[in-house]
Design a protein. Structure first.
Length: 211
């Protein structure tokens, strides 16, 4: 891997050769950083967060010295369910990451936000009725069953390019993908990721969700 020095903290808005090197390193390890250039944008932050989540570092989205040290010894993330074959999607609830395997193997590691596990009662944005439940993402083995291109208005909010894998539970784009689990049960990914991810996943693709 390329190395650079002296070290400086990198964050959204940073620009320079060290940002380019960082994005190359993360991209080689299959973390989704968007365009590989010298600008640290929000998608770069998502890639850094995914790395911090997978390696169980503090989820800051900032490229710190601790993150640099971990990156220097990092290897490609490894799937836990190879028996499901290729392609497949693995969603790690504990780490809050999604591993997407295409026909060739690991394609991308994506930060997600899953169900908060809290009880909720909210007024439906569609019907105006009260909707109550527990915000839990279902665990188990599923598959992508159906999809909707573009935006969809649900009872609990808007979903972009949703890929439904268990009834009303979907992997979908959202303007808000916090570094921890806050959703009503769906699996949130960034809008930028949802644009390409929607076309990369076919109906019938296995999806496994685990702690």
């Amino acid at each position: 891997m390329e190395q650079f020095s002296p070290f400086r903290i990198l964050k959204v808005g940073s620009r320079g050769d060290d940002v380019l090197t960082l994005k190359k390193q993360l991209n080689e390890l299959h973390y989704d950083v968007g365009i590989v250039d010298d600008f640290y944008d929000q998608q770069t932050r998502q890639g850094v967060v995914a790395f911090q989540k997978y390696t169980q570092l503090e989820r800051t989205g900032t490229y710190t010295l601790e993150t640099q040290k971990a990156l220097q010894v990092a290897t490609n993330p490894v799937g836990l369910y190879p028996q499901l074959g290729l392609p497949r999607v693995e969603i790690d609830i504990t780490r809050q990451v999604l591993l997407f395997f295409d026909a060739q193997g690991l394609n991308r590691v994506i930060p997600v936000s899953t169900g908060s596990n809290r009880k909720y009662c909210e007024i439906s944005k569609k019907s105006g009725k009260e909707i109550c439940g527990v915000a839990r993402t279902p665990r188990g083995q599923f598959s992508v069953q159906w999809r909707i291109a573009g935006w969809r208005e649900s009872d609990l909010g808007k979903l972009y390019n949703p890929l439904y894998f268990n009834g009303g539970f979907a992997i979908h784009g959202s303007p808000s993908v916090p570094d921890h689990n806050v959703s009503h049960g769906c699996v949130r990914i960034s809008i930028a990721t949802a644009i390409w991810f929607y076309n990369a996943i076919q109906n019938g693709t296995p999806v496994i969700v685990f702690d």
